[in-house]
Design a protein around this ligand. Structure first.
Ligand code: 4NP
Length: 160
């Protein structure tokens, strides 16, 4: 399946399971990195499951991200909805289960928009998933940030 033409990407949706740890981190990191180069790009995040709907980002994810200078304001959890597949130009799942859940939910005409986020990473060629840090310790949140920062830089380079 071919990817969307990256030069026509104006909106990006980051997706994980709960939308409280990984995808809000990607949302906050990419929003900040893109600010000067792509000021008009629309960025959002969502979860394949809706059980944290309305929740602010997980405290551990937020504090790890804030220590690296990222701002999590105005980010709160919501589930992926059918309109997202039409609306967003690029939909970036964090792990293979997220990818499969999105493929199962989306009309096939939109499958080309769904691309594993770490396809854009440069320093982790052998890693294809951002692992779920929810049940682990603080190292997991640092590793999420390492992967997310790397893939965000790679994505930004390809878009600008
Ligand atoms: P996320 O992490 O998908 O990165 O937001 C999780 C958050 C919550 C749960 C699982 C993963 N949970 O089972 O509640």
């Amino acid at each position: 399946m071919s990817k969307p033409e990256l030069k026509y990407v104006n909106s990006i949706l980051f997706v994980c399971l709960g939308n409280i740890c990984r995808s809000p981190t990607a949302h906050a990191v990419f929003r900040q990195l893109a600010q000067s180069k792509l000021p008009n790009i629309q960025i959002d995040s969502a979860g394949t499951a809706g059980y944290h709907t309305g929740a602010k980002p997980d405290k551990r994810a937020k504090s790890a991200g804030e220590q690296r200078g990222y701002d999590f304001s105005s980010i709160s959890a919501r589930p992926v909805v059918a309109e997202d597949f039409e609306h967003f130009d690029l939909i970036l799942p964090m792990d293979r289960q997220n990818y499969q859940d999105l493929i199962d939910q989306a009309d096939p005409q939109y499958h080309y928009k769904i691309v594993m986020f770490l396809e854009f990473a440069k320093n982790y060629p052998d890693v294809d998933e951002v692992p779920d840090p929810y049940y682990g310790g603080s190292k997991g949140f640092e590793y999420v940030l390492d992967l997310v920062e790397d893939a965000s830089h790679g994505l930004l380079e390809q878009l600008s």
